[in-house]
Design a protein around this ligand. Structure first.
Ligand SMILES: [Zn+2]
Ligand SMILES: [Zn+2]
Length: 264
Protein backbone atom coordinates (compact mmCIF):
# COMPACT_ATOMS: atom_id res chain seq x y z
CA UNK A 1 0.00 0.00 0.00
CA UNK A 2 1.21 3.44 -0.90
CA UNK A 3 1.77 5.45 2.24
CA UNK A 4 -0.49 8.29 3.33
CA UNK A 5 0.69 11.67 1.94
CA UNK A 6 2.10 13.82 4.75
CA UNK A 7 -0.32 16.76 4.40
CA UNK A 8 -1.31 19.42 6.89
CA UNK A 9 -4.19 21.38 5.41
CA UNK A 10 -5.51 23.12 8.53
CA UNK A 11 -3.14 25.66 10.12
CA UNK A 12 -3.86 29.01 11.82
CA UNK A 13 -1.65 32.10 11.92
CA UNK A 14 -0.89 35.04 14.20
CA UNK A 15 -3.03 37.35 12.08
CA UNK A 16 -6.60 36.52 13.12
CA UNK A 17 -6.08 36.70 16.88
CA UNK A 18 -7.04 33.06 17.48
CA UNK A 19 -3.58 31.50 17.13
CA UNK A 20 -0.72 33.03 19.12
CA UNK A 21 2.29 34.98 17.86
CA UNK A 22 4.45 31.85 17.50
CA UNK A 23 2.39 31.21 14.35
CA UNK A 24 4.28 33.47 11.94
CA UNK A 25 4.17 32.04 8.43
CA UNK A 26 7.95 31.53 7.94
CA UNK A 27 8.14 29.79 11.37
CA UNK A 28 5.18 27.55 10.49
CA UNK A 29 6.78 26.45 7.23
CA UNK A 30 10.14 25.83 8.91
CA UNK A 31 8.52 23.64 11.57
CA UNK A 32 6.51 21.76 8.92
CA UNK A 33 9.72 21.07 7.00
CA UNK A 34 11.29 19.70 10.20
CA UNK A 35 8.27 17.45 10.81
CA UNK A 36 8.36 15.97 7.32
CA UNK A 37 5.16 17.64 6.10
CA UNK A 38 5.05 17.25 2.30
CA UNK A 39 2.27 19.72 1.52
CA UNK A 40 0.68 22.40 3.69
CA UNK A 41 -2.24 24.78 3.62
CA UNK A 42 -2.71 27.93 5.69
CA UNK A 43 -6.37 28.22 6.70
CA UNK A 44 -7.14 31.02 9.10
CA UNK A 45 -10.65 31.86 10.29
CA UNK A 46 -13.16 33.89 8.33
CA UNK A 47 -16.08 34.04 10.77
CA UNK A 48 -17.39 37.39 9.56
CA UNK A 49 -16.77 39.53 6.50
CA UNK A 50 -15.14 42.35 8.50
CA UNK A 51 -12.17 40.00 9.07
CA UNK A 52 -11.51 39.53 5.36
CA UNK A 53 -8.79 42.20 5.12
CA UNK A 54 -6.74 40.35 7.78
CA UNK A 55 -6.14 37.58 5.25
CA UNK A 56 -4.20 39.84 2.85
CA UNK A 57 -0.95 39.81 4.91
CA UNK A 58 -1.17 36.00 5.08
CA UNK A 59 -1.14 35.82 1.30
CA UNK A 60 1.74 38.33 1.17
CA UNK A 61 3.78 36.29 3.67
CA UNK A 62 3.22 33.13 1.63
CA UNK A 63 4.39 34.91 -1.51
CA UNK A 64 7.55 36.06 0.29
CA UNK A 65 8.49 32.54 1.46
CA UNK A 66 11.38 30.43 0.36
CA UNK A 67 10.18 26.92 1.02
CA UNK A 68 11.05 23.26 0.56
CA UNK A 69 7.37 22.23 0.47
CA UNK A 70 4.34 23.40 -1.55
CA UNK A 71 2.20 25.93 0.35
CA UNK A 72 -1.48 26.55 -0.42
CA UNK A 73 -3.55 29.55 0.68
CA UNK A 74 -6.90 28.48 2.14
CA UNK A 75 -9.51 29.69 4.59
CA UNK A 76 -11.61 28.20 7.41
CA UNK A 77 -15.31 29.12 7.36
CA UNK A 78 -17.86 29.17 10.16
CA UNK A 79 -21.63 29.59 10.08
CA UNK A 80 -22.94 33.11 10.69
CA UNK A 81 -25.62 31.52 12.91
CA UNK A 82 -27.78 28.42 13.29
CA UNK A 83 -28.71 27.24 9.80
CA UNK A 84 -27.06 30.41 8.51
CA UNK A 85 -24.64 30.98 5.67
CA UNK A 86 -20.86 31.12 5.56
CA UNK A 87 -19.26 34.57 5.24
CA UNK A 88 -17.95 33.58 1.82
CA UNK A 89 -18.76 33.70 -1.88
CA UNK A 90 -17.26 32.93 -5.28
CA UNK A 91 -16.41 36.65 -5.55
CA UNK A 92 -14.48 36.64 -2.25
CA UNK A 93 -12.64 33.47 -3.27
CA UNK A 94 -11.64 35.10 -6.55
CA UNK A 95 -10.81 38.51 -5.10
CA UNK A 96 -8.62 37.20 -2.26
CA UNK A 97 -7.15 34.28 -4.16
CA UNK A 98 -8.23 31.62 -1.68
CA UNK A 99 -7.28 28.27 -3.22
CA UNK A 100 -9.59 26.18 -1.06
CA UNK A 101 -12.05 26.46 1.80
CA UNK A 102 -12.55 24.26 4.82
CA UNK A 103 -15.66 24.82 6.91
CA UNK A 104 -17.89 23.61 9.66
CA UNK A 105 -19.91 24.26 12.78
CA UNK A 106 -18.27 25.82 15.87
CA UNK A 107 -21.03 25.85 18.49
CA UNK A 108 -24.13 24.00 19.63
CA UNK A 109 -26.56 26.85 18.85
CA UNK A 110 -28.68 25.62 21.78
CA UNK A 111 -29.67 27.28 25.04
CA UNK A 112 -30.81 24.16 26.91
CA UNK A 113 -28.99 20.88 27.33
CA UNK A 114 -30.39 18.07 25.18
CA UNK A 115 -27.74 15.62 24.01
CA UNK A 116 -29.76 14.23 21.11
CA UNK A 117 -30.55 17.74 19.88
CA UNK A 118 -26.88 18.72 20.19
CA UNK A 119 -25.96 15.81 17.92
CA UNK A 120 -28.84 16.49 15.50
CA UNK A 121 -27.79 20.13 15.05
CA UNK A 122 -24.20 19.06 14.32
CA UNK A 123 -25.29 16.41 11.82
CA UNK A 124 -27.57 18.85 9.99
CA UNK A 125 -24.76 21.39 9.66
CA UNK A 126 -22.28 18.72 8.58
CA UNK A 127 -24.51 17.71 5.68
CA UNK A 128 -25.16 21.33 4.78
CA UNK A 129 -21.41 22.02 4.73
CA UNK A 130 -20.87 19.08 2.37
CA UNK A 131 -23.59 20.40 0.08
CA UNK A 132 -21.96 23.85 -0.22
CA UNK A 133 -20.05 23.80 -3.53
CA UNK A 134 -17.54 26.37 -2.24
CA UNK A 135 -16.45 24.18 0.70
CA UNK A 136 -13.84 21.52 -0.04
CA UNK A 137 -13.42 20.02 3.44
CA UNK A 138 -15.77 19.50 6.39
CA UNK A 139 -13.71 20.38 9.47
CA UNK A 140 -13.58 18.52 12.79
CA UNK A 141 -16.99 16.77 12.94
CA UNK A 142 -18.14 16.40 16.60
CA UNK A 143 -15.55 18.78 18.02
CA UNK A 144 -17.03 21.03 20.69
CA UNK A 145 -15.58 23.95 22.62
CA UNK A 146 -15.35 22.90 26.26
CA UNK A 147 -15.74 26.55 27.24
CA UNK A 148 -19.28 26.64 25.87
CA UNK A 149 -20.30 23.55 27.87
CA UNK A 150 -18.66 24.83 31.07
CA UNK A 151 -20.24 28.25 30.70
CA UNK A 152 -23.70 26.72 30.30
CA UNK A 153 -23.12 24.24 33.13
CA UNK A 154 -23.67 21.27 30.81
CA UNK A 155 -22.16 17.78 31.11
CA UNK A 156 -19.15 17.61 28.79
CA UNK A 157 -19.41 15.87 25.39
CA UNK A 158 -16.87 13.14 26.13
CA UNK A 159 -18.28 10.16 24.25
CA UNK A 160 -19.05 9.52 20.58
CA UNK A 161 -21.70 6.99 21.61
CA UNK A 162 -24.19 9.86 21.40
CA UNK A 163 -23.76 9.82 17.60
CA UNK A 164 -25.95 7.21 15.88
CA UNK A 165 -24.15 4.99 13.40
CA UNK A 166 -26.58 5.92 10.64
CA UNK A 167 -25.48 9.60 10.99
CA UNK A 168 -21.89 8.52 10.39
CA UNK A 169 -22.97 6.47 7.37
CA UNK A 170 -25.08 9.29 5.94
CA UNK A 171 -22.20 11.74 6.40
CA UNK A 172 -19.87 9.40 4.51
CA UNK A 173 -22.40 8.96 1.70
CA UNK A 174 -23.14 12.69 1.30
CA UNK A 175 -19.42 13.53 1.43
CA UNK A 176 -18.71 10.99 -1.30
CA UNK A 177 -21.61 12.20 -3.48
CA UNK A 178 -20.67 15.89 -3.13
CA UNK A 179 -16.91 15.31 -3.38
CA UNK A 180 -16.33 16.90 0.03
CA UNK A 181 -13.42 15.62 2.11
CA UNK A 182 -13.98 14.77 5.77
CA UNK A 183 -11.27 16.09 8.04
CA UNK A 184 -9.13 13.97 10.33
CA UNK A 185 -8.27 16.76 12.77
CA UNK A 186 -5.47 16.35 15.31
CA UNK A 187 -5.89 19.19 17.84
CA UNK A 188 -9.72 19.27 17.85
CA UNK A 189 -10.53 15.56 17.92
CA UNK A 190 -7.54 13.24 18.30
CA UNK A 191 -5.14 15.10 20.62
CA UNK A 192 -7.49 17.44 22.46
CA UNK A 193 -6.53 17.96 26.12
CA UNK A 194 -10.24 18.25 27.02
CA UNK A 195 -10.93 14.72 25.76
CA UNK A 196 -10.24 11.29 27.20
CA UNK A 197 -8.86 8.11 25.62
CA UNK A 198 -12.30 6.56 25.27
CA UNK A 199 -13.57 9.52 23.19
CA UNK A 200 -10.53 9.20 20.90
CA UNK A 201 -11.05 5.45 20.50
CA UNK A 202 -14.72 5.97 19.72
CA UNK A 203 -13.81 8.81 17.37
CA UNK A 204 -11.54 6.58 15.29
CA UNK A 205 -14.36 4.01 15.15
CA UNK A 206 -16.71 6.80 13.93
CA UNK A 207 -14.19 7.72 11.21
CA UNK A 208 -14.02 4.05 10.17
CA UNK A 209 -17.81 3.99 9.65
CA UNK A 210 -17.60 7.21 7.61
CA UNK A 211 -14.66 5.80 5.62
CA UNK A 212 -16.58 2.63 4.71
CA UNK A 213 -18.91 4.82 2.58
CA UNK A 214 -15.98 5.83 0.36
CA UNK A 215 -15.36 9.59 0.82
CA UNK A 216 -11.95 11.26 0.77
CA UNK A 217 -10.32 12.63 3.90
CA UNK A 218 -8.26 15.73 4.62
CA UNK A 219 -5.49 15.71 7.22
CA UNK A 220 -5.06 18.76 9.45
CA UNK A 221 -3.34 19.69 12.69
CA UNK A 222 -5.58 22.75 13.39
CA UNK A 223 -2.54 24.12 15.21
CA UNK A 224 -2.89 27.50 16.93
CA UNK A 225 0.60 27.26 18.49
CA UNK A 226 3.91 26.27 16.91
CA UNK A 227 4.34 23.42 19.41
CA UNK A 228 1.05 21.87 18.27
CA UNK A 229 2.02 21.43 14.62
CA UNK A 230 3.65 18.11 15.54
CA UNK A 231 0.20 16.74 16.47
CA UNK A 232 -0.41 16.28 12.73
CA UNK A 233 1.51 13.01 13.07
CA UNK A 234 -1.49 11.58 14.94
CA UNK A 235 -3.76 12.39 11.98
CA UNK A 236 -1.30 10.60 9.65
CA UNK A 237 -1.27 7.59 11.98
CA UNK A 238 -5.06 7.43 12.12
CA UNK A 239 -5.28 7.63 8.31
CA UNK A 240 -2.92 4.65 8.18
CA UNK A 241 -4.90 2.82 10.84
CA UNK A 242 -8.03 3.33 8.71
CA UNK A 243 -6.05 1.89 5.77
CA UNK A 244 -6.82 4.90 3.63
CA UNK A 245 -4.98 4.69 0.32
CA UNK A 246 -3.20 7.77 -1.07
CA UNK A 247 -6.06 8.39 -3.54
CA UNK A 248 -8.44 8.83 -0.57
CA UNK A 249 -6.36 11.70 0.88
CA UNK A 250 -7.61 15.03 -0.43
CA UNK A 251 -5.27 17.73 -1.70
CA UNK A 252 -6.23 21.13 -3.17
CA UNK A 253 -6.67 21.36 -6.94
CA UNK A 254 -4.18 23.36 -8.97
CA UNK A 255 -0.66 24.56 -8.33
CA UNK A 256 0.33 25.76 -4.86
CA UNK A 257 0.49 29.49 -4.13
CA UNK A 258 4.17 29.00 -3.29
CA UNK A 259 6.19 26.28 -4.97
CA UNK A 260 9.30 24.75 -3.41
CA UNK A 261 12.65 26.17 -4.50
CA UNK A 262 13.58 22.80 -5.96
CA UNK A 263 10.65 23.10 -8.41
CA UNK A 264 11.81 26.47 -9.74
ZN1 LIG B 1 -12.65 25.09 13.41
ZN1 LIG C 1 -9.24 25.65 12.78
Amino acid sequence: MESVPRCDLHIHTQYLGCANDTMAIPAIVKECERLGVELLGITDHLNTLDKLALHAPIRQDIDALSTQIPVYFGVELNFLGADGDFAYSAEIKEQFGFQFAIGGIHGTYLENYDLQQIVDVQHRHHLRTCQDPLVDVLVHPYWFGKGEFDKKGWPWFDSMQAVPENYARELGQVARETGTAIEINACANLVNGAQNDRYVEEYVAFLAVVAAEGPCFSLGSDAHDIGSLQKIKTAWQVAEQLQLTADRIWTPAGAPRKTPQAWQ
